[in-house]
Design a protein around this ligand. Structure first.
Ligand code: BG6
Length: 491
């Protein structure tokens, strides 16, 4: 039976919370199912509630029924997982209460302690202190941090400093769940395992790049959190900039944490600052009003449950970014993300430069340029849009744009696409840091984002309305049309 080599006590702080129930516990179930947990690995749930092991196990079972699906739950896999479960209930905000945990967790040379902090960041410091005082922050220990890692550069530095008092950078695993998505990892394969793209991957051949992360959901009952954050902090600072960094980075020397993160940092450091001078031309903020998602009527942002009537928080952002380095000179990266948009769709479109000369002008005035489309979700896959001759004996050659479609579904039939958290939990347990975000990356990303927020504030830039179920404010079409280009909404 295959199993990972690492035996650990996996401590899940916030084990009764939404993220744990929806994502982390189901991910642990899938790792169990794939025999990827060491036979002696234990899972220790930690939360404030007073529960015994049996009640906790029942709660985990109920979450799995809800989020994996009753029909999909395999009894023998569940029985194996259930044997690993333990529960410790205490007040996480009191460092002195952590002795309860030390009674269950006893690190040895053969058992690493991996602590996953699925809690509000305000608790990070106390949790680290509590672990350290109970000798659970040993040199073999690892700590996994969930977002949000601060709300600006200053607060993210504070978090990093606090955690850094107890753990070395090599022990800190900052989650960005986009880095665990199969399709995001496929970007590495596409770029570095296919020499046909290597020579084309620069301003020499590429005209521009679009990254879209459109969601149909609204704020889903978390208005309070979201209203403090907004779409720029919630999606661009982390997910979109991580994807941008993977697209734009130089080839790392190896597929290890040091090499990959070093290259990503260089990209983030080279992002051209957005200032008062260019913020109006290069960014658009939007906020959704009521509308329809499919045929369902949905309220506007200011009518959502718990909303405050005067919020100026953005639920949509479009940004034209530039990376000031040799490879990407003059190549704009158009980023766009929003809630309550027409479709759930995350994709990257690489638009190549047009042919320098058209020998087919008698039949077609302009040849559409090639495009490489990487669909992150849904319908994961890769497409190349190219010109082909229409078969036939006509005197003039008829050309037609056609698509070479490598859909994951069809290409890897019967292969389940794992959830991002399965990959990330596995790598954290195994001690591989290359899919986690380094401190320097977080800080450079915040610096760029803070610049945009500051420029919005100074220029009094307010969010423009857009109807739920649309592709965002009209101004986002203008942002790209101004450069003679258009968004790839041709789905
Ligand atoms: C989270 C954001 O990080 O990512 C959410 O906080 C967002 O607001 C979610 O909905 C999107 O993730 P995915 O994997 O559905 O694209």
């Amino acid at each position: 039976m295959a199993s990972t080599t690492t035996c650990c006590d996996f401590i899940l702080f916030g084990t009764l919370g939404d993220l744990a129930r929806r994502k982390l516990l189901p991910a642990l179930y899938q790792l169990e199912k794939a025999n990827l947990l060491h036979a002696n690995t234990r899972i220790i749930g930690v939360a404030r509630d007073t529960l015994d092991n049996e009640a906790f196990t029942n709660k985990v079972h109920a979450s799995l029924i809800e989020f994996v699906g009753k029909d999909k739950l395999d009894t023998s896999v569940w029985n194996r997982l259930a044997k690993r479960l333990h529960y410790c209930g205490f007040d996480l905000a009191k460092a002195s209460a952590y002795s309860v945990l030390a009674e269950t967790v006893k690190p040895t040379d053969k058992r690493a302690v991996v602590s996953y902090l699925a809690t509000p960041p305000q608790l990070f410091s106390t949790i680290c202190k509590g672990l350290s005082e109970q000798q659970l922050a040993t040199a073999q220990a690892r700590i996994v941090l969930e977002k949000p890692l601060g709300h600006d550069l200053e607060s993210s530095r504070q978090i990093n400093q606090e955690v850094g008092k107890y753990f070395q950078e090599s022990q800190i695993y900052r989650i960005d769940h986009y880095l665990g998505k199969e399709t995001v990892l496929n970007l590495l394969a596409l770029r570095f395992a296919n020499p046909i793209f290597a020579d084309q991957w620069s301003h020499n051949a590429i005209d521009h790049i679009q990254i879209t992360a459109a969601e149909q959901v609204g704020v889903e009952g978390r208005w309070g959190y979201y209203d403090d954050a907004g779409q720029l902090r919630d999606m661009v600072q982390n997910h979109l900039l991580q994807v941008l960094a993977l697209i734009a980075m130089e080839p790392p020397t190896r597929l290890d944490a040091e090499s990959v993160r070093e290259e990503k940092v260089k990209v983030l450091r080279s992002l051209r600052p957005i200032t008062q001078q260019n913020v109006r031309d290069d960014t658009v903020r939007g906020q959704y009003s009521a509308g329809f998602i499919g045929d369902k009527k949905v309220p506007g942002y200011l009518e959502e449950e718990g909303a405050n009537e005067v919020s100026k928080t953005e639920t949509f952002v479009a940004v034209k970014a530039h990376i000031d380095n040799w490879r990407w000179a003059q190549v704009p990266f158009y980023l766009r993300t929003g809630k309550r948009m027409a479709q759930k769709r995350t994709e990257i479109v690489i638009s190549f430069k047009p042919q320098p000369h058209n020998i087919f002008h008698e039949t077609m005035n302009q040849l559409p340029p090639n495009r490489l489309v990487i669909r992150l979700q849904p319908d994961e896959g890769v497409e190349i849009q190219m010109m082909n001759k229409v078969p036939g004996l006509g005197k003039q050659m008829q050309l037609k744009p056609t698509t070479l479609d490598l859909s994951f579904d069809q290409t890897f039939e019967n292969q389940r696409i794992s959830d991002a958290y399965e990959r990330l939990l596995l790598e954290a347990i195994e001690g591989n840091q290359y899919l986690f975000v380094a401190r320097e990356e977080v800080e450079h990303a915040w610096k760029w984002i803070d610049g945009i927020r500051d420029a919005w504030q100074r220029t009094g830039e307010e969010p423009k309305g857009y109807q739920s179920g649309s592709w965002g404010p009209a101004a986002s079409v203008t942002l790209i049309a101004h450069d003679g280009r258009e968004w790839d909404d041709d789905f």
